[in-house]
Design a binder for this molecule. Structure first.
Ligand SMILES: Nc1nc2c(ncn2[C@@H]2O[C@H](COP(=O)(O)OP(=O)(O)OP(=O)(O)O)[C@@H](O)[C@H]2O)c(=O)[nH]1
Ligand SMILES: [Mg+2]
Length: 210
């Protein structure tokens, strides 16, 4: 949490797109970060216990774009005061400098989205502020475990998940973090981040935005 030092990885000369990955423990936040960077840089959980206990930042280049990825702990696992949670969330934003292009909320697409999970999202949203909705993308993980059409699944989703998708302006991406070839998932993510950046700032100085 805020008292702990974040883990920094490779420190590059700036990035074109920054991603902050949030969500419930075990939903595949760290695995998604690895998929984005295309290498195993973040520790993945094996058992029932929480793996990521402090924020971790890593950078890399994919599809000609310099990417920064911020992996986060699940705040609901940390029994700390609200003001400390506020500090933690503001640290995530700072670490994603110059600012997150997209915030990826990991949601497993193979199991039911629960009110408890919605509460985790609601709490982060409250701490983050109104900027979150502009950058929110639902990252459906465990895509390899879902053989039904995700669009049909979303139509039949409960109120909570529908609300999250509404906040995200229906931006979503399905991740199969077990796939060995993940170029298509990453290029889709970069396309979404580019759209968000174009709509929220003038960033034509970045090669990826032209
Ligand atoms: N089959 C499948 N397994 C996945 C996928 N993504 C993650 N996993 C598995 O889910 C488990 C948890 O993944 P993590 O990435 O450690 O989850 P996390 O959200 O970072 O969890 P914490 O760090 O504990 O908060 C691991 O066993 C992963 O291998 C996926 O897309 N498909
Ligand atoms: Mg993790």
């Amino acid at each position: 949490m805020s008292g702990r030092k974040p883990t920094y990885g490779t420190s590059g000369n700036g990035s074109d797109y920054q991603f902050v990955v949030i969500g419930k423990t075990g939903n595949g936040k760290s695995a998604t970060c690895n998929t984005i960077l295309g290498r195993k840089q973040f520790a993945i959980g094996r058992g029932v216990s929480t793996t990521t206990l402090q924020v971790q930042v890593e950078e890399g280049t994919r599809m000609g774009c310099r990417l920064k990825v911020v992996d986060t702990p699940d705040l609901s696992n940390m029994s700390v005061a609200t003001w400390k949670m506020e500090q933690e969330v503001s640290q995530w934003k700072k670490l994603a400098r110059p600012g997150p292009s997209a915030v990826l909320l990991t949601v497993r697409c193979d199991i039911r989205y629960t009110p408890e999970e919605f509460e985790i999202y609601r709490q982060i949203k409250q701490l983050w502020g109104s900027d979150l909705k502009k950058r929110l993308v639902v990252a459906f993980t465990f895509g390899d475990c879902q053989d039904r059409d995700i669009r049909v699944e979303m139509r039949n989703a409960g109120q909570e998940l529908k609300k999250v998708l509404e906040d995200a302006k229906n931006r979503y991406i399905v991740f199969d973090n077990k796939a060995t070839d993940n170029d298509q998932q990453v290029s889709e993510l970069i396309r979404i981040a580019r759209d968000i950046s174009k709509n929220s700032c003038c960033c034509s100085r970045f090669p990826c935005c032209k």
